[in-house]
Design a protein around this ligand. Structure first.
Ligand code: H2B
Length: 100
């Protein structure tokens, strides 16, 4: 299991993820995505799900029509690790392709 990130490492990661924020006590990375419609939102989730399986690292998320609320943390470590940053970066790439 990767180590928990230090506060300075979290802040550094967020400089490359400007649309993300941290939950209280930096326990998770949060972002809400809005897509054009349900198909786009579900397509995003499908692409991310395949990556999550490859990484064996899975998002906590919720979908309502065209919106996807994401919460990333490493459950086994009890906080944020490099795995969460990696998955957030991947989500940004997918969302950018979908113009979210
Ligand atoms: N996803 C996330 N977000 N955090 C974890 O700690 C985690 C996971 N652990 N996916 C994995 C699966 C673990 O439960 C399995 C047994 O490897």
């Amino acid at each position: 299991m990767p180590p928990l990130l230090a506060q300075a490492e979290i802040e550094q990661a967020l400089t490359h993820l400007p649309q993300w924020r941290t939950a209280p006590h930096a326990s998770a990375l949060l972002r809400d995505y809005t897509f054009a419609d349900f198909s786009q939102a579900f397509g995003f989730m499908t692409q991310v799900a395949l990556c999550a399986e490859r990484l064996n690292h899975h998002p906590d998320w919720a979908n309502v029509y065209n919106r996807v609320q994401v919460r990333l943390s490493t459950h086994d470590a009890g906080g944020l690790t490099a795995k969460d940053v990696r998955l957030a970066q991947y989500m940004e790439q997918v969302a950018e392709r979908l113009n979210a």
